[in-house]
Write a protein that binds this ligand. Structure first.
Ligand SMILES: Nc1ncnc2c1ncn2[C@@H]1O[C@H](COP(=O)(O)OP(=O)(O)OP(=O)(O)O)[C@@H](O)[C@H]1O
Ligand SMILES: [Mg+2]
Length: 251
């Protein structure tokens, strides 16, 4: 579904990303790990349209894409959630789910929003993450971090995203909320949405991903099947940047 070839992002002399090849299949849950400064966020920013590559290509379903902005990527089916989520806390759940793509009443009533339908559909999206009973008029500021992630993901579904990228989704969350977010990822996976997870938490990575891609200093150090390692072994791989049986990235 996604094919990256020779992807580079240079900032002056800094090679934040340096010739990364990566293939991701439809419906896969892939984790991207690596030490601080390895290039994870840079890679995500290129995939999500927040930044453009210095060199290399991104293909989506066999077609070359050049995203000009995150909304361009979203329209192509790639949604990204960040820790701060870019939600509007004072607006309701329903308003956040439909932000930037509100439903209108029939064209005859030009400019009037179809609030009832947005509430109903927002409830449907939230139900897919186990929040069927939530009041769609509640402001997002009332919600917990985990519930806010659900709103951000409901927004991705509203845009019919086929790929959801999550950069450190549990970084600021407590134990119970992190567990909630892992369940959200599992339910995206059950809905056959492709998930790309960036995380420093190896327990999270082991819990939900099928494959782990290890970055080191802007290069791909290698990949491994998640089932073949535990969190401790993975943490060691991240620190050393070497994968057993794979030649080390030099430098
Ligand atoms: N806008 C920028 N200008 C200059 N250098 C940058 C810029 N963005 C990233 N870099 C550099 O590129 C490298 C990769 O950064 P990136 O943010 O992708 O790392 P990361 O793997 O996400 O790290 P972390 O785990 O700390 O979030 C770092 O050396 C960083 O300093
Ligand atoms: Mg980062």
């Amino acid at each position: 579904m996604i094919r990256l070839r020779g992807l580079c992002r240079h900032f002056g002399g800094v090679h934040a990303l340096d010739g990364v090849d990566l293939d991701i299949a439809d419906g896969e849950c892939v984790a991207i790990v690596g030490d601080n400064g390895a290039g994870k966020s840079t890679l995500i920013r290129l995939l999500s349209g927040a930044d453009t590559p210095s060199a290399g290509t991104i293909e989506l379903n066999g077609r070359l894409v050049r995203f000009r902005s995150p909304s361009h990527a979203l329209a192509a089916g790639i949604a990204t959630t960040y820790q701060d989520l870019a939600l509007a806390p004072r607006l309701s759940i329903a308003q956040n789910v439909f932000m930037g793509g509100e439903l209108l009443l029939r064209p005859a009533c030009f400019g009037l929003l179809d609030k009832q339908r947005m509430r109903r559909e927002a409830r449907g999206y939230m139900a897919r993450f186990g929040f069927a009973g939530a009041d769609m008029d509640r402001p997002v500021s009332d919600l917990s971090g985990g519930q806010r992630q659900a709103v951000a993901l409901a927004r991705a579904l509203r845009w019919r995203a086929r790929v959801v990228i999550m950069d450190e989704p549990t970084a600021a969350l407590g134990v119970a909320e992190s567990r909630m977010v892992l369940n959200l990822i599992r339910s995206l996976h059950e809905q056959r949405v492709t998930v790309i997870l960036v995380s420093h938490d190896m327990d999270d990575v082991v819990a939900v991903s099928e494959r782990v891609v290890v970055l080191k200093r802007g290069r791909k150090a290698g990949e491994l099947a998640t089932g073949s390692v535990d969190a401790d072994a993975l943490a060691h791989v991240v620190m050393s940047g070497t994968i057993p049986g794979v030649a080390a990235v030099d430098g």
